[in-house]
Structure formats: structure tokens, C-alpha cells
Design a protein around this ligand. Structure first.
Ligand code: URA
Length: 436
């Protein structure tokens, strides 16, 4: 019989945990026979003592198997991307459409905004009619016919993670690389993937507080996922500033469509998107060298094939059939849309990307409490880049706000988040690729 305290004691004393013990523990998490106290003590023991690769893999797989898992019978590789989260990180929409246009299948299960970071689901819900929770049959049909469907996580996906995460959240055990790796991968691997590419952010707006910890997380995820049979790479990308021109829900959707129509492509966003897409194409074996991967991706973007995929996905999930041509007619608009200026002149030396993200939350574009309703219309547009020159009439950003009070609050937050001086900062988008 499984005795949780014996299991916890083993981890506390740094003794190896075997697969059947880990399976028993997660079974107990799912059926309620393991108590909250057991979960919190176990998480703390892992926090201090870490886990071996075998332990992490067994924990990930047990958590994945605690709920429904998807299986596919399609004529191409099943691929996804996961990001540790950021500001203006609208990559999923372009990446999903571009990879699908290259013949890959992307069943992307995305999340909502968390803290200062935006969430793909919240962004997609700016589109009237878009159903982020289709039933399994429709989800599978859209993946098959479009190549990509971006939807939300239901309670049947890795439910053990949901329970464990909610306890880690209130017991100071979120910041454990083995627990974060198992949590992220249990949900991603439940999608039945052949290939995964991880975007691990580094910088002032990143989930992990230092470059070294981002590398540790990236290595841990790559090792576990490959050990579990999914070809996985992680790319360390920059989150010292907003990734796109904009941050907010409807505003980012507009930017994604402008990217796919090639009307306006932010080079920073493009570099990160391309690096992730190239990794997915190479690892899924569709092409065998980077130049060919880049050519294929540029082709599907410029020819409009990726745009067509996105438009079809939106329509099949209940959005307007002419959304991409007429997004201005459909996306909600804020009452106030006005630029802000700084009293300081010089060069943008640094940004506090967390504060920038929190200014969007303060405008109503994110949540303070999980049950909060969000305002899809608000946010920041044309946010100034690191290294840009600021003169008297250089706009720092355009704020979209519902009223004067929230406009003034966001203005203060954005101006405080941006340091203007004389030193041009080093700017990079892609730092390193972690391979297995
Ligand atoms: N995101 C997750 O899904 N899980 C974690 O533990 C941390 C971030």
C-alpha cells in the first residue's frame, strides 16, 4: 500500500524515487487520497533536493496521464511551441499559421494571461464569435483541415498539474525547475506531439529571474521531453522589452494580422518567430537545412498561404469569415487612444518589462484576480524600442484606455518603466539554442 509520508521522506532524504512510487503519488493526487499537506511537503522536498532525469520524466508522464491525452492519425508531424510568457508575445498566431502552411499539424492548447504576461486565449477572445473551447471532434477536424487550431485548456488536460500547481502557488514552491518542467510538459505532451519547441524568455520581463536559471529550465525541459520521446529544442529569447509593437489583446491580434498580410512586420518579433519556426521545421524532418527552412517560411508568409490558414482557423472556430480583411470592423476599440511623451530626452537605455505588462493589466487588459473580466480593447501600441532616440516630440507609446483615470495611471507606469539616458544598450533577440 502506498504511504505518502514514506514517499515524501525518501525525497527529503535524497533517496531515488522509482516510477511506480511516482505513479502511485500522482494517482493519489488525482483521486484525493493524497492530501494537500502531502503535496506541499513533497513540493518543498523537491524544491530543496531537486530530481534526477528519470524522476522528472516519470513525474511528467504520470501527470500527463492523469487526464485525457490526444492521439492523431495525420499525414504530417504533430508539432507545438510553448513560451514561458512575455509582453507582446503574439508569436503563437503567426507560428501556428506558418508551420501549418508548411505541412505541419499544430494542435495548440494555450493559456490565459498570468501576472504581467499576456495570454494567447485572451487575445483570441477579442475576435467576436471565436470559440476557445470547441469539443474534441471539432478541434480534431480543424487541426486536420487547417493544420492548426489554437484553443484553451480544459479541466481534463493534466488535472494532477492543476491541483499541484494551486498548492505550489501558496506554499512558495513554484520556483523549482523540476516542478516547473513537469508542470509545463505534462500539459504539452498530452497533445500527442512528435516535436516541441520551447521559447524560454530571458530578461527583465521573463518568468525566470536570471539568465542562468532560464538556461537551467531550458536544459531541464529539453532533457525530459526528449527522454519522453518528443524531439525538443529550447531557444532562449529576449524579454527585456515588449516583443511586438503592441501589448494588449485586440491590439496584438491586429498586429498579428498585419504581420500575416505583410503590411507591418516588427523585425524583433519576426526574428524570434523565425527562429522558433526553423527549429520546428528542422526537427520535424520536413527540411534538412536552415536556409531551406527560412525560404519555405518566407514563401508561405509572402504568398499569403499562412494568412489563409489563419483566416480559415478563425472562421472554423466561429469567428467572422472576413475577419482578416475587415478586422477594424470587428475588434473592440477603446474610448481614448492617445500618444504619451517623456520629459527626458536621449536614448532608451532599459525597460522594466514587468511594469510595462502591469500597465496593460492596470488598464483592464489583464486580471488582478483570476475571476476578473478583461477589457480586450485596451493596451499599448507603438511602444518605443530599446536603443531608440527620444526627442521632445517622440511618442513613447500610444495608450488605448477606457477612461481618463486609467489613461493617466498607465501613462505614469509606462514612463516610469522606461529609462532614458545616453548609453545605447546591447540588443539581441535570440541568445542561444539548447539542443538535446
Ligand atoms: N507555467 C506552468 O504551466 N507551470 C509552472 O509551474 C510554471 C509556469
Amino acid at each position: 500500500m502506498f504511504i505518502p509520508q514514506e514517499f515524501i521522506k525518501k525525497k527529503r532524504d535524497n533517496k531515488p524515487l522509482n516510477k511506480s512510487e511516482i505513479d502511485d503519488f500522482i494517482r493519489g493526487v488525482s483521486d484525493g487520497s493524497v492530501a494537500n499537506e502531502h503535496i506541499s511537503a513533497f513540493a518543498m522536498a523537491v524544491f530543496f533536493n531537486g530530481m534526477s532525469l528519470d524522476e522528472k520524466t516519470n513525474l511528467t508522464l504520470a501527470m500527463k496521464n492523469s487526464g485525457n491525452t490526444l492521439s492523431w492519425d495525420l499525414d504530417g508531424p504533430i508539432v507545438d511551441k510553448h513560451s514561458t510568457g512575455g509582453i507582446g508575445d503574439v508569436v503563437s498566431l503567426m507560428l501556428g499559421s506558418m508551420l501549418a502552411a508548411c505541412g505541419l499539424y499544430i494542435p495548440m492548447i494555450s493559456g490565459r494571461g498570468l501576472g504581467h504576461t499576456g495570454g494567447t486565449l485572451d487575445k483570441l477572445e477579442s475576435i467576436p464569435g471565436y470559440n476557445v473551447f470547441p469539443d474534441d471532434k471539432l478541434f480534431k477536424k480543424i487541426v486536420k483541415e487547417c493544420g492548426v487550431a489554437i484553443i484553451g485548456q480544459t479541466s481534463s488536460l493534466a488535472p494532477a498539474d492543476k491541483r499541484i500547481y494551486s498548492i505550489r502557488d501558496v506554499t512558495a514552491t513554484v520556483e523549482s525547475v523540476p516542478m516547473i518542467s513537469a508542470s509545463i510538459l505534462s500539459k504539452k505532451l498530452a497533445e500527442g506531439l512528435d516535436v516541441l519547441v520551447m521559447d524560454v524568455k530571458v530578461g527583465s520581463g521573463a518568468f525566470m529571474p536570471t539568465y542562468e536559471l532560464s538556461v537551467e529550465l531550458a536544459k531541464s525541459i529539453v532533457e525530459i521531453s526528449n527522454n519522453a520521446g518528443v524531439k525538443t529544442e529550447a531557444i532562449l529569447t529576449d524579454m527585456n522589452q515588449c516583443l511586438a509593437y503592441s501589448a494588449g489583446n485586440a491590439i496584438e491580434i491586429k498586429e498579428a494580422v498585419d504581420y500575416l498580410t505583410c503590411k507591418r512586420i516588427n523585425p524583433r518579433l519576426h526574428n524570434v518567430n523565425m527562429a522558433l519556426c526553423v527549429s520546428a521545421l528542422l526537427n520535424s524532418g520536413v527540411v534538412n537545412d536552415e536556409d531551406k527552412a527560412r525560404d519555405k517560411l518566407e514563401y508561405v508568409l509572402k504568398s499569403g498561404e499562412a494568412l489563409e490558414v489563419f483566416a480559415k482557423m478563425v472562421s472554423m472556430l466561429g469567428g467572422p469569415n472576413d475577419f482578416c480583411e475587415n478586422y477594424d470592423k470587428y475588434l473592440p476599440k477603446a474610448n481614448i487612444i492617445r500618444p504619451i511623451f517623456s520629459d527626458d530626452y536621449g536614448v532608451v537605455e532599459s525597460m522594466n518589462a514587468v511594469s510595462l505588462g502591469m500597465s496593460v493589466v492596470g488598464l483592464g487588459g489583464g486580471r488582478i484576480k483570476p475571476e476578473d473580466k478583461i477589457d480586450h480593447s485596451v493596451g499599448l501600441e507603438n511602444i518605443i524600442n530599446l536603443g531608440s532616440k527620444v526627442e521632445k516630440d517622440t511618442p513613447i507609446a500610444i495608450i488605448h484606455a477606457k477612461d481618463e483615470d486609467s489613461f493617466m495611471m498607465a501613462k505614469q507606469r509606462v514612463l516610469n518603466a522606461i529609462s532614458i539616458g545616453s548609453k545605447k544598450p546591447n540588443i539581441k533577440e535570440v541568445y542561444e539554442i539548447i539542443k538535446s
